[in-house]
Design a protein around this ligand. Structure first.
Ligand code: SF4
Length: 203
């Protein structure tokens, strides 16, 4: 409930809220305009994964950072941007080429591909870092804790930041104008959607 109040009064969007929007823009409408919460069971699973991940992270060795030219770092940094986004970045890395990069831990195995959700989270955190520290961000990193802390570098381009701005703009417009957005184009998502009974796109 607190989240909903915050987003309506300040339009400050979190990475989780962005991921819900990317799954289906109507999630943003149902949850933050209509105040209809998502399935609580899903939230529990996310929380549980996060707690395990925290434990693993504390035991994670430092050696990985040396490989990527880190000269300084900050952990669990709360950042907010004038763009209207906010969040806690696992690690902000300051690199020896005068750039910075977000590092995100995933309690997951590496499957030889980068999920769109992981990529967008990095772009989101990168924008927070750019705005807060006024520094160039050209890449991000993910550590897959269930693949022996495999480190993956993800290049970030200007077009990624432009796309993020479009997403945030659309989410803000849905919430501010109470605009009912188009449904997801991925129809199979509707099959087990918690909003399927109230959404006209239910198949
Ligand atoms: S039923 Fe489909 S279109 Fe409607 S909110 Fe769920 S995923 Fe989106």
């Amino acid at each position: 409930m607190t989240n909903k109040k915050n987003i309506k009064s300040t339009f400050s969007i979190t990475a989780s809220q962005m991921l819900e929007y990317l799954y289906c823009p109507r999630f943003t409408y149902f949850e933050y305009v209509m105040d209809i919460p998502q399935n609580e069971g899903q939230r529990f699973k996310v929380e549980k994964g996060r707690n395990i991940h925290e434990k693993v992270r504390k035991t994670n060795p430092e050696y990985l950072r040396k490989k990527i030219g880190v000269i300084d770092r900050k952990s669990d940094v709360y950042l907010a941007s004038p763009l209207g986004i906010r969040g806690i970045v696992d690690e902000v890395l300051f690199l020896d080429d005068d750039t910075a990069a977000p590092l995100d831990y995933k309690f997951a195995e590496y499957k030889n591909k980068l999920f769109k959700t992981y990529r967008f989270q990095l772009i989101f955190y990168a924008r927070l870092i750019k705005d807060k520290f006024q520094i160039s961000v050209k890449k991000g990193f993910i550590i897959y804790t269930r693949s022996k802390n495999k480190l993956v570098e993800v290049p970030l381009k200007d077009k990624d930041f432009i796309e993020l701005e479009k997403i945030v703009g659309d989410m803000t417009s849905i919430i501010q104008n109470c605009r009912y957005p188009k449904p997801t184009s991925v129809k199979r998502r509707c099959l087990d959607c918690c909003y399927r009974n109230i959404c006209e796109s239910t198949i």
